[in-house]
Ligand binder design. Structure first.
Ligand SMILES: Nc1ncnc2c1ncn2[C@@H]1O[C@H](COP(=O)(O)OP(=O)(O)O)[C@@H](O)[C@H]1O
Ligand SMILES: [Mg+2]
Length: 255
């Protein structure tokens, strides 16, 4: 945990038009680490990733990336600074082949390098290279998820935001997708992952963050929390010790 902080979020408030979803999120992502963001449905996990990527209504606080403010930048500029995003759910072009999907992902590259960038990614993901002429929609869920990660990696990001890549996948496919993410981390890429599969996320993450009702309620190393404590946090927003203290306090007040 001695790595320098590369993404620093301070008291971020954001949402959709007049709707407030993030109520002051503070979070540091160290350089080169795999950070898992977890929390119950509707906690604001996707909103937080979208906020980093400039896709929500920003309302206050700050987001610094490599020391510079990015909270008011357009998505395109954020992408240009080395942050890439894999949205939640299927987001490829199912009626296009793997290589056509990668060419679509290179749409921001306008100087005739589209095929070179596509081939760079195919080299990085040999399992996709084998499927380059296959229609994306005809591949398994795991292969499609890998393609979507590859589409984001094509931008050569330093920080990869990945939203729930394990949804709907078999345990074996989840394993493959996570292995690929770890491999990217090992090349020096920083990863901020949103994940509902807490067991898997806790196995692989360098650091875990729990979001509830638009606020970070826990932040630490996966080794510092048990699976039961994690479940408790999801349900109540508090650790057992804290709840016992509160119960004792209210008992003493009612006496
Ligand atoms: N585009 C949107 N417009 C309005 N409200 C939204 C939009 N997207 C999500 N929300 C709301 O924001 C809250 C947090 O959603 P989200 O960030 O998707 O949660 P999570 O990813 O943790 O499940 C939810 O109440 C959801 O209904
Ligand atoms: Mg979500």
């Amino acid at each position: 945990m001695d790595n320098p902080i590369t993404l620093s979020i301070r008291d971020a408030r954001a949402g959709y038009a007049t709707l407030d979803i993030l109520n002051g999120v503070t979070l540091d992502v160290p350089q080169g680490e795999f950070v898992a963001l977890m929390g119950p449905n509707g906690a604001g996990k996707s909103t937080l990733l979208k906020t980093v990527f400039g896709m929500t209504t920003f309302k206050g606080g700050e987001i610094k990336w490599q020391g510079e403010h990015i909270e008011r930048l357009a998505t395109r500029e954020i992408l240009g600074r080395g942050i890439s995003y894999v949205p939640q759910g299927r987001c490829n072009f199912p009626l296009m082949t793997v290589q056509e999907n990668l060419e679509m992902a290179a749409y921001t590259i306008r100087d005739g390098k589209v095929k070179a960038e596509r081939d760079y990614v195919l080299e990085l993901f040999p399992s996709l290279a084998k499927r380059r002429k296959t229609l994306a929609g005809n591949m398994s869920g795991g292969e499609q998820q890998l393609l979507e990660v590859a589409m984001a990696v094509l931008q050569r990001p330093k920080l990869l935001l990945v939203d729930e890549p394990s949804v709907g996948l078999s345990p074996a496919a989840v394993g493959i997708v996570f292995d690929e993410l770890l491999r990217l981390r090992d090349t020096g890429m920083t990863i901020l992952l949103v994940e509902q599969n807490t067991k898997k996320a806790m196995e692989v993450a360098d650091r875990a963050v729990i979001l509830r009702l638009g606020e970070v309620i826990w932040d630490g190393s996966p080794a510092e929390i048990t699976h039961d404590e994690l479940g408790e946090l999801f349900l109540t927003g508090k650790m057992r010790g804290e709840r016992e203290l509160e119960a004792a306090h209210s008992n003493s007040l009612s006496r």
